[in-house]
Ligand binder design. Structure first.
Ligand code: HEC
Ligand code: HEC
Ligand code: HEC
Ligand code: HEC
Ligand code: HEC
Ligand code: HEC
Ligand code: HEC
Length: 367
């Protein structure tokens, strides 16, 4: 998924809705009347220039469209503006100062963010750490940009993350595709396994005229207590009946997007294999299956955890290292070769032995 995400420009997808500029309020149209112009820039005190161009259509299609420009720029008042624009020393300071405008509505995000390694570095005087606008495009926040944008941003600043993690994590690239950065870098937060339904390699998206994902899931969930293995199979079948063949991608993520801002220094990140590769591992206690709505917002439905070790998901997940998965041997080999250092090896081996007793019977049952 990560690879596919890298090509996504969160601004472009909102801008794709061509007529959305018409949804701007009359007041915002005045702002955009000047600020849509290409090449509108301001010279800064440090000699750099700051582009003042804002894409009105992308803004109108964003979650912040309804609140208008003034929602984050209360200091701007016509007609004195732009004559009264104060001195701006450098673009970095400006972006950090403007982040403060998010606080009025997203105060809950600031608490974890301010304890993060990034905010610590900013406070210590390094300007290189991300402000809100570095991970979320301030004029084009959409559910889709919130899902995909931050990981793209991490990778833009942090370069070759696969190589950095490969030093201690076997098959790091594969882990990075299946585990959100924050799922290891916000170690105290609650995690879950999300089984993402893919169609044609992309997340299954509700389309006009088709039955929405949630309705399929509800219909499959006959006793309304989340999907058990049979109901899960029924869901996959009913999705396939509607169009493309579907596949599943297992993904470990946080349950709360707010906690994704915690990011303590790297020493606190999850390194212990057993935190995931154990039957009782916490993320595996909470399992969902998901598609996305037309805006890219995830639609999740609860799944019984034993679906992870049922033959349906072995087949459909094709190698997701789930409980009772088929790749335990490889992990054993790596451990035996000593390729994995600094971890609680005996505990892991015990866990694996316990797990391998639950390998599937020839008839496909798990016990
Ligand atoms: C008449 C054209 C015009 C209109 C209308 C206009 N702006 Fe501007 N705006 C400018 C120019 C020019 C600058 C740069 C001023 C400078 O370099 O001194 C600017 C600068 C800005 C800045 C950066 C400086 C700062 O104060 O943070 C923001 C933000 C901004 N405008 C927002 C808005 C908003 C919001 C509206 C609508 C309420 C708006 N503008 C309406 C021309 C305009
Ligand atoms: C959700 C909050 C938010 C809203 C709403 C918003 N802005 Fe901004 N704006 C920001 C932030 C944050 C920055 C600082 C730039 C950054 O972080 O990259 C900024 C920067 C700017 C700048 C300076 C140039 C730049 O991109 O840095 C202009 C001009 C501007 N905004 C105009 C507008 C106009 C016009 C609207 C309405 C169409 C608008 N803004 C709506 C948050 C917002
Ligand atoms: C005036 C209030 C207000 C301000 C200021 C504001 N937002 Fe928002 N923001 C909202 C609302 C309302 C939503 C939509 C909540 C929802 O749909 O559940 C939202 C949603 C979001 C989302 C989640 C989008 C999604 O659906 O996944 C992000 C990310 C976000 N805002 C970032 C920012 C950033 C960054 C700033 C500052 C540059 C900012 N917001 C400033 C009101 C605000
Ligand atoms: C280092 C990157 C990064 C920075 C900096 C950042 N965010 Fe986020 N933000 C994320 C990630 C990752 C998510 C979770 C996306 C998901 O749900 O998978 C997120 C989610 C959000 C959400 C949605 C939360 C929810 O309820 O799901 C809001 C609102 C938000 N951020 C606002 C902000 C604000 C305001 C700031 C500045 C104080 C900020 N973010 C700074 C990465 C960042
Ligand atoms: C705008 C650039 C930028 C973005 C975007 C960004 N970071 Fe960072 N990050 C930094 C800088 C700068 C540091 C401090 C590096 C240092 O001091 O050596 C840092 C430090 C870190 C550290 C701590 C490393 C240590 O030595 O303890 C972690 C972990 C981290 N970032 C993870 C993330 C994640 C996860 C994301 C995406 C959600 C992200 N970063 C997005 C610039 C960024
Ligand atoms: C499986 C858990 C896991 C995942 C997933 C993960 N990390 Fe890490 N990361 C760690 C651990 C543990 C360390 C500290 C390693 C060490 O001891 O040096 C680390 C170190 C880092 C560092 C510091 C690198 C250095 O060498 O100083 C950065 C930056 C970072 N991670 C960013 C990210 C980003 C960005 C992502 C997502 C693309 C990510 N991580 C995904 C566990 C993870
Ligand atoms: C945050 C959870 C998490 C942690 C921590 C973690 N893993 Fe994984 N691991 C996964 C997931 C999820 C997959 C499945 C990847 C996929 O579906 O492709 C996986 C896959 C694997 C695979 C199979 C890769 C393949 O090619 O089939 C091995 C081997 C492995 N992990 C070893 C380790 C070792 C050794 C550690 C500790 C150094 C570790 N993992 C730490 C979640 C984790």
């Amino acid at each position: 998924m990560l690879g596919a995400c890298l090509g996504v420009n969160p601004v472009a997808d909102a801008a794709g809705a061509d007529h959305s500029a018409e949804r701007l309020s009359a007041g915002d149209r005045v702002c955009v009347g000047c600020h849509a112009a290409d090449g509108l820039t301001r010279k800064l005190a440090n000699g750099d220039s700051l582009s003042l161009t804002v894409d009105g259509a992308a803004f109108a299609g964003s979650v912040h469209g309804p609140m208008g420009c003034i929602g984050c720029h209360p200091q701007v008042a016509l007609p004195a503006h732009p004559g009264d624009v104060p001195n701006i020393d450098d673009a970095r300071q400006y972006a950090m100062a403007r982040s403060e405008s998010c606080r009025a509505c997203h105060g809950r995000v600031f608490r974890p963010y301010e304890g993060s390694v990034h905010a610590l570095r900013l406070r210590a005087g390094s300007a290189a750490g991300p402000a809100c606008g570095d991970c979320h495009p301030p004029h084009a926040v959409t559910p889709r940009s919130t899902q995909e944008g931050p990981t793209n941003a991490c990778v833009r600043c942090h370069g070759d993350t696969a190589a950095q993690h490969e030093r201690w994590l076997p098959n790091a690239a594969r882990h990075l595709r299946a585990v959100a950065c924050s799922a290891c870098h916000a170690p105290d937060a609650l995690r879950r396994v999300d089984l993402r339904v893919l169609a044609g390699g992309e997340r299954l998206t509700d389309r006009d005229g088709s039955v929405p994902f949630e309705q399929h899931a509800r219909a499959a969930d006959t006793n309304h207590d989340g999907l058990d293995a049979n109901e899960f199979r029924r869901l996959l079948t009913s999705l396939e009946r509607e169009g493309n063949p579907v596949a599943l991608q297992g993904y470990i993520e946080l349950r709360s997007g707010i906690e994704a801002h915690e990011l303590p220094p790297k020493a606190a990140a999850i390194k212990d294999c057993v935190k995931c590769h154990d039957e009782k591992a916490l993320p595996f206690q909470n399992v969902t299956v998901s598609g996305v709505d037309a805006d890219g917002r995830p639609i999740r439905y609860d799944v019984h955890r034993e679906v992870l070790s049922s033959p349906i998901t072995w087949d459909a997940l094709r190698g997701f290292y789930a409980i009772g998965g088929t790749r335990m041997k490889l992990l054993d080999v790596l451990l035996a070769l000593g390729l994995v250092g600094g971890i609680t090896v005996p505990a892991l081996h015990l866990a694996l032995r316990r797990l391998s007793r639950r390998a599937p019977n020839p008839d496909g049952s798990t016990r």
